[in-house]
Design a protein around this ligand. Structure first.
Ligand code: F6P
Length: 381
């Protein structure tokens, strides 16, 4: 073997091709929809390599989710295309959270149209026998319209928010918690130096999973979740009480979907998006209110998109790889319209149609809430 040979990647199947139960599947399409999240490339890689190496399938990448299906931006993926992407953030296929096949507002004039048939034509034109749809609840809802028209769609759930119904965990969540925990740890030292209350606002939409896990991991004094409406008096008193006890700083981990008892969410509306309520900013509102009520200087950092960018953690790479290969196994076992999930530490699958328009929020009796309360954490209630 020459040194040159060592530089040439072996893209040949390393395992013996398995005999598929589903003989009818020869070519599949793969797409990533919704907000991006660390671990998407791990799934694309696992889908493509499992499909090619184990079953000799052809894999086609669909750009920008259902928009690529609508515009026929579909091209073959090779093993080389998915080489060296396991550790990278984002998605090599691109994503889009503005195209729902059943209601696509092409002109942005508030007049959405059903473009499912056009998407269908492109599935047929490209001879795609099935689609692997990697995404969140919006992507699964989009897949449901294609399923109704007879397209076999296998879903792979993704989101940093960890709020997809039917699965105990989604990839991306671990990375987001790691980033949020690091931010809270960093804020801790500056809060202590300046004797301030410091708020870190984290993502999560209407589910408090990121706030709960990062808050507990960093020992935040106050954790606010969308599932528990907060009372400003309780928070302000808690901050003052800490100060009276000689604790000269307070760390608050606030979920973007938190709201006061009887109050409103802090959000902007994006009418062009199928998910038009864009949360964000409750941390700034709270900072002003806490400072005014407690007399303690309060600052806010909104973490935003850094939580879903960049390198996935090892756990997210592992989960993405498991989910991606499980999607192909499900397909080749002849399953139709399933979504891959993790339940009680087992990778399995559920009906993709059972997922649409549902959200998995933090149950109020979750043991982590109880453990946090036991160590004195305030949930604002
Ligand atoms: O990916 C989920 C999420 O990060 C939510 O936590 C957040 O509210 C939302 O996406 C914002 O994403 P976008 O601005 O892309 O709609």
């Amino acid at each position: 073997m020459t040194p040159q040979d060592l530089l040439v990647e072996n893209t040949q199947p390393t395992t013996q091709a398995k005999q598929p139960m589903s003989q009818s599947i020869k070519r599949i399409g793969v797409l990533t929809g919704g907000g991006d999240c660390p671990g998407l490339n791990a799934v694309i890689r696992a889908v493509t390599k499992t499909a090619m190496y184990r079953y000799g399938l052809e894999v086609y990448g669909i750009e920008d989710a259902y928009l690529g299906l609508l515009r026929n931006r579909i091209s073959p993926l090779s093993a080389d295309d998915v080489s060296n992407i396991l550790t990278t953030g984002g998605t090599i296929l691109g994503s889009c959270n503005k195209c729902n096949p059943a209601a696509y507002d092409a002109n942005g004039d508030g007049n959405p149209q059903d473009v499912t048939d056009r998407c269908l034509e492109h599935v047929k034109e490209n001879d795609l026998d099935a689609l692997v749809c990697i995404g969140g609840d919006g992507t699964m809802s989009g897949a449901a319209f294609l399923v109704e028209k007879g397209i076999n769609c296998i879903g792979v759930p993704k989101t940093i928010d960890n709020d997809i119904f039917g699965t105990d965990i989604t990839f991306g969540f671990d990375t987001a918690v790691t980033v949020a925990t690091d931010a809270l740890d960093r804020v801790h030292t500056t809060a202590a130096s300046h004797h301030r209350a410091m708020i870190v606002e984290v993502m999560g939409r209407n589910a408090g999973w990121i706030a709960l896990h990062a808050g507990v991991a960093s020992g935040a004094d106050v954790i606010l979740l969308p599932e528990i409406d907060y009372d400003l008096d309780v928070i302000s008193n808690y901050v003052q009480e800490r100060s009276r006890k000689g604790k000269r700083f307070t760390i608050l981990c606030v979920s973007e979907g938190s709201k006061p008892v009887g109050g409103e969410l802090v959000a902007k509306i994006d009418p062009t998006s199928p998910d038009p309520v864009k949360l964000g900013g409750v941390g700034y509102v709270l900072a002003e209110q806490i400072q005014a009520m407690s007399g303690i200087e309060t600052r806010c950092t909104v973490l935003g998109y850094v939580q879903r960018g960049g390198t996935p953690t090892p756990d997210d790479r592992v989960l993405g790889t498991q989910f991606g290969s499980a999607a192909i196994e499900a397909l080749m076992q002849g399953k139709r319209n399933r979504m891959i999930v993790m339940q009680e530490n087992r990778v399995t699958d559920i009906d993709i149609l059972s997922v649409a328009n549902k959200q998995r929020t933090v149950p109020l009796d979750h043991p982590l809430i109880d453990a946090a309360r036991a160590v004195g954490t305030c949930f604002g209630d």
